[in-house]
Design a protein around this ligand. Structure first.
Ligand code: GH3
Ligand code: MG
Ligand code: MG
Length: 361
């Protein structure tokens, strides 16, 4: 019997064939194939169903019925052959017998659920010990008893396909939500203009880095940067051109960072860089590299107008035991000293040099 010869025949046409341990009941439904059935069958063609049963007559009759229903059917005589077919084909549903020589249907279900994106319907006779709970426990989506009634099988296949569709929709919705949440999370810690982290994130990170530095007794340094005479630049070339400078400086700072360092827009035209596992003198070298890189850039606020921009920086190393506030304040103080020295310079300030803050290192 082929699907072609059954195409316009009454559903189902199979009569008294042996299916499982008992005879297949005769189906007397004489309904003929309607137009909508034909459309449905066409859609079913994209669905691959694998029948696994060691009984050749059961396997054959179910294979024919599945094909007749419009699905593409594959058949396997045991779990090993089923796994081979699953490996090489995109199978959406597996209908498997439980009692088979070698690996049984429940073990097969277990493997399928671990390694493949297929839904499983298990079949068993009334007299077997296997329970619905056992099958579901292995990941089966449905359970059907032998002798299998074709109308019931078709209903269960459709139900499982619907479950699969709903799960897919739910998963893609979750993926979308997950992506949106990730994006929102990123936005919440990012400065919109420069793409660097924002100041809120700076305080969160510096706090955890100070904690880490104390716990592992690692050095931790901080750089504070400020653009020199930026008000003048804004006043001369307008705010929008100033924004472009901030964006470019943000990019330059990011480029010059080592993988463990992180940069933040601390305020209007101020930036910070956290340097974990870094001593003050190394941080000073990083700050000077950033300063040199920025000062050698050419900005063109107007056609034909080439302008250089400089930054001043303050660098300090964390002294174990001091407060976070004292640490940040000292880097600000070092920055102020660079401004005082005439700008376009880097100043390192050791913790012990400030008497106004509480230093216990
Ligand atoms: P100094 O060398 O002492 O740092 O001088 P300065 O002019 O850079 O410092 P001041 O604090 O006097 O001015 C800071 C300027 O930074 C003024 C303000 O317009 C500009 N600024 C702050 N945030 C932004 C921003 O988001 N976009 C632009 N275009 N300008 C900004
Ligand atoms: Mg400034
Ligand atoms: Mg400033």
């Amino acid at each position: 019997m082929s699907s072609g010869t059954l195409a316009y025949a009454p559903i189902p046409v199979v009569k008294m064939r042996s299916l499982g341990t008992e005879s297949m009941p005769v189906e007397t439904n004489q309904k003929t194939v309607s137009g909508s059935d034909k459309i449905m069958r066409q859609e079913n063609k994209d669905i691959n169903i694998l029948i696994v049963d060691d009984d050749p007559s059961v396997r054959e009759i179910m294979h024919e019925f599945v094909e007749f229903s419009g699905y593409r059917s594959y058949k396997a005589e045991d779990a090993a052959a089923a796994l081979k077919l699953l490996e090489n084909n995109s199978i959406q549903i597996v209908v498997t017998d439980i009692t088979m020589p070698g690996m049984d249907g429940l073990e097969l279900t277990d493997l399928i659920k671990k390694d493949y994106d297929a839904y499983v319907i298990v079949m068993t006779g009334f007299n077997y010990d296997h329970t619905y709970e056992e099958a579901v426990g292995k990941g089966a989506s449905d359970f059907i008893t032998k002798p299998v009634r074709f109308t019931e099988l078709l209903l269960r296949i459709k139900r499982v396909l619907k479950e699969r569709q709903m799960n897919r929709e739910r998963n893609s919705m979750l993926m979308l939500l997950f992506g949106m949440m990730k994006e929102l999370k990123k936005l919440a810690i990012t400065d919109g203009l420069t793409g660097l982290y924002n100041s809120r994130h700076f305080y969160k990170q510096i706090e955890s880095e100070v904690e880490r530095s104390c716990r592992y007794i690692n050095p931790l340094s901080l750089i504070m940067l400020d653009i020199d005479y930026f008000k003048q630049y804004n006043d001369t070339y307008l705010h929008v051109k100033g924004d472009k400078v901030l964006m470019r400086i943000g990019r330059l700072i990011k480029q010059s960072l080592r993988s463990m360092d992180s940069a933040y827009r601390y305020g209007g035209e101020e930036f910070t860089i956290i340097l974990p596992e870094t001593k003050g003198d190394e941080a000073q070298a990083v700050a000077d590299r950033v300063r040199t890189m920025i000062s050698s850039e050419i900005f063109t606020p107007e056609p034909g107008k080439e302008v250089s921009i400089t930054i001043s920086a303050g660098v300090t190393q964390y002294c174990p035991g001091e407060t976070l506030k004292a640490f940040v304040q000292r880097s600000d103080e070092a920055l102020f000293m660079s401004k005082d020295k005439g700008r376009n310079t880097v100043t390192f300030l050791n913790g012990k040099q400030i008497s106004s803050v509480d230093i216990t290192c």
